[in-house]
Write a protein that binds this ligand. Structure first.
Ligand SMILES: *[C@@H]1O[C@H](CO)[C@@H](O)[C@H](O)[C@H]1NC(C)=O
Ligand SMILES: *[C@@H]1O[C@H](CO)[C@@H](O)[C@H](O)[C@H]1NC(C)=O
Ligand SMILES: *[C@@H]1O[C@H](CO)[C@@H](O)[C@H](O)[C@H]1NC(C)=O
Length: 225
């Protein structure tokens, strides 16, 4: 059998095959797809839905579409976890649409915890601006990596891995995080497992965590269920 004048057993054909396989598999190394134009400011109210958001007409685009002032104020951390996450994703900042990036502001009360969670569509990097944070993640092989960081220190969370940040300093703490997705998504384990709608059957949780019914009920009640 021959392909473009090459025998199937020839080294050139094998090399061609390897290059094709590499090209086919390379999109797996990036998160959001690359843009096909300079920008596509999201029209969040468009009547059609696509993977991402349709662009608003270019003639409607102004400078304000490319700037976001949602991070100026600290979030209110008086809540269960003592943490407030201000999202600078495409929903808050439509100018990010198709660009494959976004950021969050994360404020921590003393002792505040950004509870164990993962981002299904992004790797994360972050920098501590104020305070002292224990940052940790667990690999798919159950290895835990962690470090205590102070102002100016940076961290990275590989794509999709479960991670957390805990304020271990005496005062409040502040960090900014960045993602290679316009909408990284968050699977927050406590609420995903114990506060979904409708609820995951009790038996899944009692068996899954090897705990009794009353423990499941007690955890659910903490989330108002
Ligand atoms: C674009 O601007 C026109 C004129 O101001 C307005 O009527 C229309 O709703 C705008 N469209 C979008 C998608 O912003
Ligand atoms: C985060 O802070 C904002 C602004 O203060 C507030 O409106 C919001 O309710 C807070 N979120 C939580 C979960 O406490
Ligand atoms: C923060 O949130 C708490 C609980 O919702 C509320 O009592 C408090 O007034 C808020 N603080 C500010 C500065 O908005």
């Amino acid at each position: 059998m021959a392909f473009m004048g090459l025998s199937i057993s020839s080294p050139s054909y094998l090399l061609f095959g390897m290059v094709v396989l590499w090209l086919l598999s390379s999109p797996a190394f990036s998160a959001d797809p690359d843009p096909l134009q300079d920008f596509c400011v999201a029209d969040l109210n468009a009547p059609i839905s696509v993977n991402g958001f349709p662009c608003k007409p270019i003639t409607n685009v102004t400078s304000d579409d490319f700037f976001f002032d949602g991070f100026i104020k600290a979030g209110n951390t008086t809540n269960t976890f003592g943490v407030n996450l201000t999202a600078g994703n495409v929903l808050a900042f439509p100018g990010l649409n198709t660009l494959g990036i976004s950021m969050n502001r994360v404020d921590f009360a003393p002792g505040g915890l950004n509870p164990p969670h993962s981002h299904p569509r992004a790797s994360e990097s972050g920098v501590v601006i104020e305070g002292k944070l224990l940052v940790g993640f667990v690999t798919t092989g159950n290895v835990f990596f962690s470090k205590v960081l102070t102002a100016g220190q940076m961290f990275v969370i590989p794509n999709g891995l479960v991670h957390f940040q805990l304020n271990v300093g005496k005062g409040k703490a502040l960090a900014f995080t960045a993602f290679n997705s316009q909408l990284p998504g968050a699977v927050v384990l406590p609420s995903t497992l114990f506060a979904s709608s409708p609820s995951i059957p009790d038996e899944v949780l009692t068996k899954g965590f090897q705990i009794d019914d009353d423990v499941v009920k007690s955890i659910r009640s903490k989330f108002g269920f």
